[in-house]
Design a protein around this ligand. Structure first.
Ligand SMILES: O=C(O)[C@H](O)[C@@H](O)[C@H](O)[C@H](O)COP(=O)(O)O
Length: 255
């Protein structure tokens, strides 16, 4: 199935459009099967989306108490560190979504280095995998080791990395796990946890969220059929739909 690229004028419009699209996707999912599972991304686009979502007049249309939020990746640092994607998301507005009904028990943050696993990042990855499997076991839409995600959102780096799957890394070839540790990330901090390509691609929809001219080459390469080992973003597709939601600057190198 081919990917579709949708271009918005600038980053603020892109964030607002993604928030509107997400509200619609979740309400559609809930009309079909009650609960919804959404994978959030870190990075500035992930944070901009949360800001736009919290302020969206349509946000109360979602039954937030039945929405599970997951993370595509996380920096393996202290839980309250401002480096953590989850901390940044809370500050961007996720912390205020309890007022809309979001259940903190359904916000599945990835483990942190001050959790019992400590320096054993492999054990931390296994614990998040176990959490995915546990919830899948209780869900009508339990997939193979993880719930069936309605939407996976992913930021894209200038090197075309997604989640914490970086070019040239063996983690791109892992097919027998849902979560992998990365101890030597080329982008700091070095220690991270990431969902793997097969579980990301088990989603109904994958949305790649990209703003900025520094991403133009990555967008062109990944949508132009680059090898996944060179451009990891080329390797993520949804079962029903794959959308590249980009601003004009990020689209600049597209044919
Ligand atoms: O852990 C990280 O380093 C980020 O989560 C990273 O993967 C991010 O999503 C992309 O680099 C896009 O970031 P921007 O949206 O800020 O461009």
């Amino acid at each position: 199935m081919t990917s579709q690229v949708i271009v918005h004028p600038d980053k603020a419009t892109l964030a607002a459009a993604i928030a509107a699209r997400l509200v619609t996707a979740i309400t559609d999912a809930q009309a079909q099967h009650g609960e919804a599972h959404v994978v959030l991304t870190g990075g500035s686009m992930g944070n901009a989306l949360i800001e736009a979502l919290v302020d969206s007049p349509a946000a109360p249309a979602v039954s937030w108490e039945l929405v599970h939020l997951w993370w595509g990746d996380e920096r393996y640092v202290e839980r309250e560190s401002s480096d953590r994607n989850a901390t940044q998301a809370r500050e961007a507005g996720l912390g205020r979504m309890a007022a809309l009904g979001l259940d903190p028990d359904l916000v599945h943050e990835m483990p942190a280095i001050d959790d019992p696993e400590g320096d054993d990042i492999g054990a931390a990855a296994d614990r998040y995998a176990a959490e995915l499997a546990r919830v899948a076991g209780t869900s009508d839409r339990g997939g193979d080791g993880a719930p069936t995600f309605d939407v996976v959102m992913l930021g894209v780096g200038p090197d075309a990395h997604v989640a914490s799957l970086f070019p040239g890394k063996d983690t791109l070839d892992v097919t027998d796990r849902t979560v992998v540790p990365e101890s030597d990330s080329p982008k700091p901090p070095p220690a991270r946890l990431s969902l793997t390509l097969p579980v990301l691609c088990s989603a109904d929809e994958v949305w790649l969220l990209v703003a900025g001219g520094d991403k133009a080459q990555a967008v062109a390469a990944a949508t132009g059929g680059a090898d996944v080992h060179e451009a990891p973003a080329a390797g993520v597709t949804g079962r029903r739909r794959t959308l590249w939601l980009v601003d004009e600057a990020a689209a600049a190198d597209l044919p």
